[in-house]
Design a protein around this ligand. Sequence first.
Ligand SMILES: [Zn+2]
Length: 330
Amino acid sequence: MSLPMSCPVCGGSVFALGAEVFDDRYGEPNRYQLACCNSCGHVATEPRFHEADLPRLYGTYYPRKKIRAFDVTAQAAEVRSSFASLKRWWNGTNNQGQYTVRSGEIMLDVGCGSGVSLLEAKALGATAFGIEADPNVKPIAAALGLKIHFGSLQDKPFPDQSFDLIVMNQVIEHLPDPDLTLQTLRERLMPNGRMVLVFPNTASLWRRLSGSRWINWHIPYHLHHFDRKSFTRMAKHCGLEVVRSRTITPNVWTLLQLRANRYQPQRGQPSPIWMVANRSESAPVTARKFGPLRGLIRVGALSLFAVFNRIVDLFGMGDSLLVELRRSEQ
Ligand SMILES: [Zn+2]
């Protein structure tokens, strides 16, 4: 497989990172290469997808989660429960931009999925708008009265509205042209507005330990793989400045990583690990069945990961980067 000549972020020369890789979750059958930039460290999935390729890719291979309005409201209600932020910190689930919203603010979540984040932002006192490509969410949005535009940012949704906070949770890495998206979003910010983006961190400890088995390569759905340095460089090019960044590692990711490390994936075959993972993620809590011993082992393992991950995050080497951006001074 031939590599492109240059890095999409800085134009630097690239080298092939490791051997060829493939979809180790859902069985998309093609081979890919990770192209790493010599200069900024950005990694791109090659060959590169274009916007027009994505509906077929996602429509054919990516599992659609079954979402119920009841689950969405139940999950969102937890945001106001006692010790909610402590629980999120411990579980590593505060790696989402809507938790940084302040009362009275107007928020936009790009790629808002089921709309949980919008309900959470509302519960925290904000007005929330969303953009989502998946039409399966439409009945949920209608039932819960969510302000979601179904389509893309290119449709220029909510044209008269600008935002105090624009959030993208685990979305930027899926986009063919992340720089164009940042430039478009920049224009939608209020003068003192900020953006909070969350995406996998290629400089993480789990990536170093897991090599090509790192679950966040997520080939071929993740097209761009950033660390602080390469992301900051791209943001600067888009007229944005990184004012704050930290890493947060969800403990469940660690559980999945260890499972993935034990399983030998076959190219062109869906992995049973991810079929099970997706089922249990979308199932309501009450429907999860563990025997008493397995339940105890799972709780013990997650507590162990919590201690480990919170220390790793202190050193900024966690799996998920959260960055806050503001417009650069012109
Ligand atoms: Zn580069």
